[in-house]
Design a protein around this ligand. Sequence first.
Ligand code: DPP
Ligand code: ZN
Length: 853
Amino acid sequence: PPVIRREDYRAPDWLVPEVELAFDLDPARTIVRARLSVTRNGEHDRPLRLDGEELELLALRVDGEAREARFEDGRLVVDLPGSSAVIETDVAIAPEKNSQLMGLYASGGILCTQCEAEGFRRITYFADRPDVLSRYRVRLEADKARFPVLLANGNPIEQGDAADGRHFALWEDPFPKPCYLFALVAGDLQCNRDSFTTMSGREVELGIWVREADLSKTALAMQALKDSFAWDERTYGREYDLDRFNIVAVSDFNFGAMENKGLNIFNTRYVLADPETATDGDIDAVAAVVAHEYFHNWSGNRVTCRDWFQLSLKEGLTVFRDQGFSEDMGSAAVQRIDQVRTLRAAQFPEDAGPLAHPIRPDSYLEIANFYTATVYNKGAEVIRMMRTILGPEAYRKGTDLYFERHDGQAVTCEDFVRAMEDASGVDLKQFRLWYSQAGTPTVQARLEQDGEGTTLHLAQQVPPTPGQSDKQPMVIPLRVALIGAESGREVAAEQLVLLTEGEQTVDLGTVGEPAFLSINRGFSAPVLVDAVRKPGEIEALAAGDSDSFARFEAGQELMTRDMLAAIRNGGAVEVEAIVAAVGATLRSQSLDPAFKADAIALPGESLLIEKLDAADPARVHEVREEVRRAIGTRLGEDLQRAYTAASAADPTSLSGADKGLRRLRAATLALIAAGDAKLGASLGQQQYEAARTMTERQSALMVLAMLGTDASGKALDDFFTRFEDDPLVIDKWFAVQASVPDESNLHVVEALQQHPAFTLANPNRLRALAGSFAGTPSAFHRADGKGYDWLAEVIVAADKLNPQTAARFVAPLGRWRKIEPGRAARMRAALQRILAEPGLSKDVFELASKSLG
Ligand code: DPP
Ligand code: ZN
C-alpha cells in the first residue's frame, strides 16, 4: 500500500460547496443519490477525482447528462471543461453486510454511520478529505414501522409519509463541514429530551436516543451534556450553534463516540449508565466522553483539520478540554493522577516502541492507525504545557483568537500555535518541536546545596525513534519546589523552570536547611524524570510533598525502585520502605480516600516491564505479587480498618467523597486478599452478595476471580445470569475473567472465546476478551508463547471482519524489544505469521510490519 506523506499535501483541485443526498434506506440494499455542486479551485486543468469504496455505481450524470464512468486507482474520474458543474451519482450499498463499521451499517436493527476518518467514501462518491467543506441537505426515506426515527446533521426541515408504508425526513445543516462529520441514523429509538438555554438566550433541544429498554440509563449522560454546554461557555466562551443536539447510542462501534455535527453517535458504553450496571469509573467515563464529543463542536467541527496529519489539532485540544471539564466537575488532583496513569500505561510504551510517532505524524499507510494515545493524550499534554508556559489568561486569549480567526476553516497545528503566539507575544519556535519530535524526553535532575546556595542541575535527552535518530533539545516546563528535610515545609516556593538547553543550571537561592527536590509537580511536562536522590528523600516526599501529584509520584518512584532492584538482582524484595509508605498512607487522617486508593496501588507489571531491558514477565509478576503479599500480611489490620471505614460509603451517592471511599474499598480488598486468601474470599463473597452497585460488585468479582475458588465460580455464574440481557455488563464478565493474572489463564480465555455470548463482530466484546488478556502481562507472556499465538489468530480472524478494530491488538506483540530473548522470538514469530496471512488489511499490515521493524 502507498505511503501518504504530510509534505505531499496539496490543496483540493475541486471544492464542493453544496451537497444534496437522498437515501432510500434498506439494510440489504440502500440507494444513495448524491448531487454535488463542484467548483474548480484555482487555475488548473485537472479532472475531478472522487473517492469511493465498495459502491455499486448505478448512474452518473454531469450537468444533467448521463456519463460513462471512468476509474483510475479506484477513484471516479470526471473530466470537466468549465469552472463549475453539478455531479449526480446513484449508488447502491449493503449496510447489513458492512462488518467494518465504517460508512453506513446496521447495529442491532439500527442503521447508522461512522465516517471519520475515511468512511464517507463507503456511502457515496466524494472528495473524502477534511479540507473540502460543504453544506448538506439530506433526505432520508425508510420503512416507517422498522425505522420510525430518522435523524441527520443539523436542523429538521420537513417530515412526512411516503408510499408503501415508508416515511421521510429532511435535514439541513447550515454549517459547512467536511464529510467525515456527516451522520445519519434510522431506527426504532426512544428519546430522553431536555433543553439548554445558551448564554445568548437561545433554546437548544437536546435528545439522547436509545432503545426503549435503555431509556432509564440516560439521565447521567444528559446531565453531563448540560454541564458540558455550560462549562464550554464559562471556560472557553464557546456557545452551541444549532437548534438541536442529538446523541444516539449504538452497540457496535469502533470508537468510543463520534462528534458528527449536531448528531453525535456513541458507543452505548459511553452513554448508558446507572449505578447498578456501571461502575463509578464507567460513569465518569460517560461524562468525559459526552463532554469530549460536545467540545468538538468548536475544536474540530467549527474549526477542523486541513489533513489527517493534523489530527492532534482537534484531538489533543479536545482531550485537554475534556480533562479540564473533569477536573472542574470532580477532584482535580485525582483526575491528574488518572490522566498521568493513562498516559504512562498507553502512551509512554508507544513512544518507546516501534510505533513511536510525533503528535503530528509525517506519514502513514492507514490513518485509522493514528488515533493513538500519542495523538490524543500526549497531544493534550502539549496543549497543557502551552497553557502552563503562557498562563491561563494568555492561553484563553489564544484560543479565542484561534476560534475567531479560523472559524469555518480547515487548518493546521501550526495555525493553532501561531494563534497562541500572536495572542500572548510569547515565541514558541522551539516549543514546536513537541509537534515534530517523537519519543519521551528524559530529564536528569540533581540538586546541589552548599553554603552559597542551592543549584538545580538539569539535563535532557530525547531518545531516537523510528525515522528520527537525532533530536534537538525541547522546551520542558518543570514546576519545581524544595521541601525542607527537617521542617517538611516548602522552603523554596514553587516556580516554573523552563528547561530549553541540553544542560542547564538553575539558581534556587539559599534555603536554611537541607532540602529535597519536588520536581515536575502536577506532571507539568510529559517526561521521565531521573533525579539523583538523597537517602530518605523519596520516602519523605512520598510522606509529605505539598503537591499531591508529586506526593503520589514519589510513592510510585519508591515502589518502582525497590521492585526493580529485586527483579534485577533476583533476590527477595526489600519491602520495608514500601510497607512503611503504604501504612502511613492508610493511617493518614488528612489524605482523602480517593488519593489513598491511588497512592497504595503498585505500579502495574507493564510499567515495570517498560523500565527493564530483556524483562522476564514471570519474574516481574513474582516480585510484584511478593510486595502485594507483604503489604497484605504486614498491614492486615490497617487494611481491614480502612476497608471497613470505606464500606460506609453511601452506595447511591455519586459524590466525589463517596466515589473516593468506594475506590479505597476496592483497593484495600484486593490487598487484603493478597495477604490472606481466605479472608479475601470471604470478604469478597460478602461484598459481592450485598452489592447494590456495580462498583462494589465488579471489584468483589475481580478479587474472587483472581483467587479462583469455588466461590468465584458461583459468583461468576450469578453475575452472568443476573445481567444476561445487558451486553455492557456481559462485557465486564468477559473482561474480569480475561484479566486474571495467571500463566494458565489462556485456557479460560479460549473457553470464553467459544462461549455463545462471544463474537468477534462486536468491538466491545472483542476488546473485553482480547484487550483484557493482552493487557495482563503475566497471562499474556506465557513462556511457551501460546498467548501470542492466540492473539495473532484473533487478529487475523477479526481482520477479515473489521480491520480497524483488529489492528488495535497488534501493539502488545510489538513490545518484544523489552522482553527476554526467548519470548521475544515467539512474539516476532507471531507477528510474522500475521504478515504471512493473505489478504491482510493495510491497517494490520502497517502495524505488524512496523512492529517487526
Ligand atoms: N470520535 C473520535 C473522538 O472523538 C474521533 N474523532 O475522538
Ligand atoms: Zn475526539
